[in-house]
Design a protein around this ligand. Structure first.
Ligand SMILES: [Zn+2]
Length: 413
């Protein structure tokens, strides 16, 4: 039944797409070289549409000056340099953004009855993603050049920004010549910087913050911290940064996060994720009592309340008074003490709790898994930076519910 419907649909569509040869007045059109291209003949082509292969013909123009040929109808139909209709490309990009390309090919065959190659799913997905990435970049660059206006509108009680980094496996050439990283990224991976923006209007009976459902949007790429800062600034501005009454940035201890927060979001409350901070204490507990879990736990019970209670100065001076005989251990303690000291103002957890704010970066950590991990970190996958960034742009666009707008903008372009 579906095959019959497809056949009937393809015939009908072929009729719809049938172009007439241009009238006498439309036999010349502008060529990009500045001269006029002339109508020569009708030429036939096939494209794959959501109802199967369709054949139709359209006028072909040739420039006598530069010998460049053109098919204006192809541009109107958005089928320049592709044998796939926009509808099919949209399907391929959807499955390709969700799952490995070969998996996507099988889905298209099963769900839409269309035969495509794995390569075609890959190429289409990456080219749509790249187009989205380029459009995003244009907006970001424009936003940085102009002074963005203050948008009037409904006030947002609390707006959060969270940032994190996560490694994605890349092909060898993408790590060649790069200096060894200071963080513990495994070999042949590059860091995706991911950010999210969400809002909060209320809290529960115990005073714990409640995130506004469906308010989270994501943005990210493999890029420098400075490029990423601009990208996130643009996203926050889109989400009503200027209308937020309270602004909060949450992240782990990574330096680039706080540099970006200082530069782009200076009016925000800065919070170090409490669970990361506790991990730093656990690291110390393990170093002080190697292999002795009961001792480690007892030590944590004694000292974690200082951290949770925001008494960071007390914690730091306690750490600095610790007497240890091994130089390596002493060094680790100094490093951790410096970490707590540097982030003291970002660890006033009771103050944050009293304002009913989130103190954990759970939203961005979940985002690293759903936006990045589930699609880009499956076994056997190795990405180029360009390929990974196109998939990330496409996934963010989809998760942010902006894909309709994208196709709409393409249609009207
Ligand atoms: Zn020309």
């Amino acid at each position: 039944m579906r095959a019959a419907m497809h056949q009937a649909g393809a015939v009908a569509l072929g009729q719809l797409l049938r172009c007439e040869a241009p009238g006498v007045k439309e036999r010349e059109i502008a060529c990009s070289c500045g001269h006029q291209a002339r109508y020569r003949e009708m030429r036939s082509r096939r494209i794959l549409t959501v109802v199967g292969e369709v054949q139709f013909s359209r006028p072909w123009y040739l420039c006598p000056q530069c010998h460049e040929g053109q098919f204006p109808a192809d541009s109107v139909l958005d089928i320049d340099r592709t044998d796939l209709s926009p509808g099919v490309r949209r399907m391929l990009a959807l499955v390709g953004s969700e799952a490995p390309f070969d998996h996507g090919r099988r889905q298209i065959e099963l769900l839409a009855g269309l035969q495509v190659t794995t390569k075609s799913v890959e190429r289409t997905t990456e080219s749509i993603g790249e187009d989205i990435a380029q459009r995003d970049q244009l907006e970001v660059d424009r936003a940085i050049q102009l002074d963005l206006p203050i948008i009037l509108g409904e006030k947002i009680p609390v707006l959060y920004i969270e940032m994190d980094g996560t490694g994605v496996p890349v092909v060898k050439k993408e790590t060649l010549g790069r200096t060894a990283r200071t963080d513990e990224l495994p070999a042949h991976t590059r860091e995706v910087k991911l950010g999210c923006v969400f809002t909060q209007t209320t809290w529960d009976e115990q005073g714990y913050a409640i995130r506004d459902p469906n308010s989270t949007t994501y943005t990210g790429a493999i890029e420098t911290a400075s490029e990423f800062g601009k990208r996130l600034y643009w996203e926050a501005w889109n989400r009503g940064w200027t209308r937020a009454q309270k602004k909060v940035v949450i992240g782990d201890g990574a330096e680039w996060i706080w540099n970006n927060a200082d530069q782009h979001f200076p009016s925000a409350v800065q919070i170090v994720d409490l669970f990361h901070a506790r991990q730093h204490l656990w690291t110390l507990a393990r170093l002080l009592y190697p292999g002795n879990l009961p001792h480690q736990k007892r030590w944590m019970m004694r000292h974690q309340p200082k951290l949770d209670g925001g008494r960071i100065e007390q914690l730091v001076s306690f750490l600095r008074r610790l007497n240890v005989s091994f130089p390596a251990l002493a060094e680790s303690i100094r490093t951790e003490a410096a970490y707590f000291e540097r982030n003291a103002e970002r660890m006033r957890y009771p103050v944050f709790r009293r304002q009913h704010l989130f103190v954990g970066s759970g939203v961005i950590e979940a985002g690293c898994k759903t936006v990045i991990g589930s699609r880009l970190k499956q076994s056997g996958m190795f990405w180029t930076v360009k390929g990974a960034n196109s998939i990330i742009a496409l996934r963010c666009c989809q998760l942010n519910h902006r894909i309709e707008n994208y196709w709409e903008a393409r249609r009207t372009a």
